[in-house]
Write a protein that binds this ligand. Structure first.
Ligand code: ATP
Ligand code: MG
Length: 391
């Protein structure tokens, strides 16, 4: 039996004139992601993408890849039928054997995009339902809350039957809204923030600040692993690892202790902004959440924000920790995020951080440092690592 994947593209359908562009983008992305698994024919008709495995290329692995592609709302694994009721019914009976045997209730839903097909959708559903009932007499039809939904789609060249419709990542295709730079720590929040913005069609690059010897090689490796995980969704993530030890040492030596964190955060924003402009990123992304820690009060965020002029996207700003954790688990980042390696932010946390810092006071402290010199030195030490999915 011939099987294919049908990828449903929700939001794209709404995009009117942009639809062709988005569809092309999605096609290119799906083709690229599948290339490492084998040969697939991938094409789009009427806002559905078809993935046809060639020469024994695996379909299950392709499904796993496709469900993580932004812009794909659902992935259906379907059997291909001739466009006549006889073949549709016999294919349904044969293809869905295991599913129907283990189900008690089912219903059929049919859709025909080929309006010249002799039967209307409800008639197609009724006939296939009848064939399934005849073949599996233990079954009952249930219109509401059926255990199994059998779908029949009569499309241009073929008809398709399936019962497996898996939720996709949703959102918009990577790159359809440009590129942004994620400030990626090894924590829970920043990978989630990156995921949320990537879902809206942003291509991601990342900066990670590390402080040898205060933070370990494992802490950096952890951030890279989180980037690889994000890459499962958005293709590839270039990570710029920035040495931060010198900056932290200088702040500690010269500045007021209760402002350490906010001073550090301002350096991060300034360096991130330079990397972003160099790499053609239109915004920064952070995992900040209002009030979560002393450096994320409204006042502290204000002082941090004043350090750069690019827009800063903070998708987690209004979320509770539990909500962030739920997404972290859902995208498979949580187990990595909770590995116990120190982040450079936590190494020098003052005992009593200022929760309502004033910009003038912070600028006065900053003035004690050779800000430009420190930034340039850090920029010279940047190491760039390309993180790909499945590495
Ligand atoms: P996370 O869970 O993302 O580490 P957090 O709640 O621990 O966040 P902070 O440590 O205050 O919060 O950091 C706030 C944001 O600053 C992070 O979400 C991240 O975007 C950025 N950030 C913090 N540490 C680093 C780092 N070492 N490298 C790059 N960005 C960082
Ligand atoms: Mg952190």
């Amino acid at each position: 039996m011939n099987e294919v994947l049908l990828l449903k593209c929700g939001e794209l359908v709404l995009k009117g004139l942009n639809r062709g562009r988005f569809e092309d983008k999605l096609l290119a992305i799906v083709r690229r992601r599948l290339a490492r698994l084998g040969q697939y024919e991938v094409y789009a008709i009427q806002s559905t993408l078809y993935v046809e495995p060639q020469e024994g290329a695996p379909i299950e692995a392709a499904l796993e890849v496709c469900r993580k592609v932004f812009g794909v709302v659902a992935v259906c694994r379907a059997a291909v039928c001739q466009k006549n009721m006889e073949d549709i019914c016999s294919t349904a009976v044969e293809y869905l054997k295991e599913t129907m045997k283990s189900a008690a209730t089912f219903r059929c839903q049919a859709k025909r995009s080929d309006k010249k097909f002799p039967l209307k959708s409800p008639e197609i559903a009724r006939d296939v339902g009848g064939a399934l009932l005849a073949a599996y007499p233990h079954l009952k039809v249930q219109m509401d809350g059926a255990q199994t939904e059998v779908h029949i789609e009569v499309r241009d060249k073929n008809a398709f039957v399936y019962a497996q419709r898996i939720k996709g990542a949703g959102g918009m295709p990577t790159g359809s809204n440009g590129k942004a730079l994620l400030l990626l720590s090894g924590g829970i929040d920043s990978p989630v923030a990156g995921y949320m913005m990537a879902k809206r069609g942003l291509e991601l690059e990342a900066v990670h600040f590390f402080s040898y010897p205060y933070t370990s090689e494992q802490a950096k490796e952890k951030a890279l692993n989180l980037a690889r995980l994000l890459a499962e969704y958005c293709g590839r993530v270039r990570v710029h690892a920035v040495p931060f030890t010198q900056i932290q040492d200088q702040i500690r030596r010269s500045c007021q202790q209760d402002l350490f964190t906010v001073l550090m955060r301002r350096f991060m924003m300034k360096i991130a902004e330079r990397v972003a402009r160099r790499q053609g990123c239109g915004a920064l992304i952070t995992g900040e959440s209002l009030g979560q820690v002393a450096s994320q009060t409204m006042e502290a965020i204000g002082v941090t924000n004043a350090a750069c002029s690019l827009p800063v996207l903070r998708p987690a700003i209004g979320m509770d920790k539990e909500e962030i954790v739920a997404i972290s688990r859902q995208i498979g980042a949580f187990e990595t995020s909770i590995l116990p390696y120190e982040d450079c932010c936590t190494v020098f946390t003052p005992r009593h951080p200022q929760t309502k810092p004033k910009l003038e006071a912070v600028l006065a402290e900053e003035g004690k440092l050779d800000v430009e010199g420190l930034i340039q030195e850090a920029m010279q030490g940047v190491e760039t690592i390309l993180c790909r999915p499945g590495e």
